[in-house]
Design a protein around this ligand. Structure first.
Ligand code: FE
Length: 358
C-alpha cells in the first residue's frame, strides 16, 4: 500500500532520465513520502515505548528479566518495588494520572484486592488464556498468575515418619499436640490457605481444624516461614506449614539441614497453591506494550526464569520447573480458582481470630 501511494504521488515517477527531477522536487518527493508513511502507519512507533511497572516482587527477581526484555525488544522498563498495600494505595491515589502500566504482586489475595478496588483492567489475550491455566488467573482476566508456590507441610525426618502425615486437617488431631509450628495468621499466605479451606470444608469444619492447630502449637506463631523451619530443625517442633520456595532457599543455604517436604491432601483437595502474578493497570499509558510484556512473561525462557529465580513452579504447564524444584517430587495441586483466596479472605481472618490463631 505504501509503495503504491508513493508511486502515484512521486514527482519523478516513470521517468528515469538523468536531470528529469530537480533536487528540490526530489527533496519534496522524499518529504511527501515520509509524511505519507506516517499517515499510512501511524501506529508504528519510531521509538519503542517505555513501560512503568509497580512490583511487590523484589528487584533481584524482576530486573534480570526486564533487562533481557529490553535487549530483545528495545522497550525500556522502569519499576518501583514495595509491599502490595502501599502499591495499591498509590495506584488508587494516582487514579488516571498513574504512570504505572503493569502491577506485579504476590498472592492471589492481593491480586484479587487490586482487581476489586478497580486499579486493573481486563485483557483479552489468547496467548495469556492459553498459557495460564484457568484456576491460576482472574475469571475476568484482570490478572494472571505467572509463578506458582505450594504451601505445604514440612517436617523433621528424625522425629516424623512420612506415613504419619496425611492432610492439613490432620495437623489438628491430638497426635500433634505440642509438635506443630505455624507462621502468624497476619500473613496473607495463611489467610489464603484458610480461605481455600473455607471453600472446601465450609466454616464449621474449617474452624474446628484451625482450633485444633492452635491447641497443637509448640510455641507462639512465627513471623516468617524460615524461622519456623529453623525451629523444626532445632527440635522445638516437628511439623509446620511453609511455602516451598522458602524451603528451597534454606536448602541452598544449609544443604545438610534435617527437613523434608510432604505433599498433603493427595486423596482429597490437593496441595494448596498460590500465585505471584500481574495485571495491566486500568489507566495504563502503554497498554499494548504492557500486554506484550505480560505475554512474554507467560511463555518460554522468560516464564521459566520468572519461576526459577524464586524457586517456584512455572504457571505455564508447558514450561518445566528448575531441577532443584523438580527434585522435591510431583504432587496434585488444589485446582479451585485461586481467586477464592481473596473472595473469602475477610471471612478467613475473622475465623482465625475467633479460633485464637494469632
Ligand atoms: Fe514470600
Amino acid at each position: 500500500m505504501f509503495r503504491k501511494l508513493t508511486g502515484r504521488f512521486s514527482a519523478c515517477s516513470g521517468d528515469n532520465r538523468p536531470g528529469s527531477c530537480s533536487p528540490l522536487i526530489v527533496l519534496r518527493s522524499m518529504a511527501l513520502s515520509a509524511l505519507l508513511f506516517m499517515l499510512v502507519f501511524p501506529a508504528v512507533p519510531i521509538h519503542a515505548a517505555e513501560l512503568i511497572v509497580y512490583s511487590e516482587r523484589n528487584e533481584s527477581l524482576i530486573k534480570p528479566l526486564f533487562d533481557a526484555y529490553t535487549q530483545e525488544t528495545g522497550v525500556d522498563i522502569r519499576f518501583i518495588t514495595d509491599q502490595a498495600g502501599p502499591l495499591l494505595e498509590r495506584l488508587k491515589a494516582e487514579g488516571e494520572n498513574t504512570p504505572a502500566d503493569l502491577l506485579i504482586t504476590v498472592d492471589a489475595g492481593n491480586l484479587w484486592l487490586a482487581a476489586q478496588v478497580g486499579v486493573l483492567s481486563s485483557v483479552a489475550s489468547e496467548v495469556l488464556t492459553t498459557n495460564i491455566p484457568a484456576h491460576l488467573r482472574d475469571p475476568d482476566n484482570r490478572w494472571f498468575g505467572l509463578s506458582v508456590r505450594a504451601r505445604t507441610i514440612v517436617y523433621s525426618p528424625d522425629r516424623v515418619r512420612p506415613g504419619e502425615l496425611t492432610t492439613y486437617e490432620d495437623l489438628a488431631s491430638p497426635k500433634w499436640k505440642g509438635r506443630l509450628c505455624l507462621r502468624t495468621s497476619k500473613k496473607v499466605y495463611n489467610q489464603s490457605l484458610v480461605a481455600m479451606m473455607l471453600e472446601r470444608l465450609g466454616p464449621k469444619e474449617t474452624e474446628q481444624v484451625v482450633r485444633g492447630w492452635v491447641r497443637n502449637l509448640a510455641t507462639t506463631p512465627f513471623s516468617n516461614d524460615t524461622m519456623l523451619m529453623e525451629a523444626i530443625a532445632a527440635g522445638q517442633c516437628d511439623v509446620g506449614i511453609v511455602n516451598t520456595y522458602y524451603f528451597g532457599r534454606l536448602q541452598r543455604e544449609k544443604p545438610d539441614i534435617k527437613l523434608s517436604l510432604f505433599w498433603p491432601n493427595q486423596n482429597s483437595s490437593g496441595v494448596h497453591v498460590n500465585v505471584s502474578g500481574a495485571g495491566i493497570t486500568r489507566y495504563a499509558k502503554h497498554r499494548t506494550e504492557a500486554v506484550r510484556l505480560l505475554e512474554w512473561l507467560s511463555a518460554g525462557e522468560a516464564q521459566g526464569a520468572f519461576a526459577d529465580m524464586n524457586l517456584e513452579y512455572p504457571a505455564n504447564p508447558q514450561v518445566q520447573p528448575d531441577p532443584a524444584v523438580a527434585a522435591w517430587g510431583s504432587f496434585t495441586p488444589d485446582t479451585i480458582n485461586v481467586t477464592v483466596a481473596g473472595r473469602r479472605q475477610a471471612e478467613a481472618v475473622m475465623l482465625m481470630d475467633r479460633a485464637g490463631y494469632r
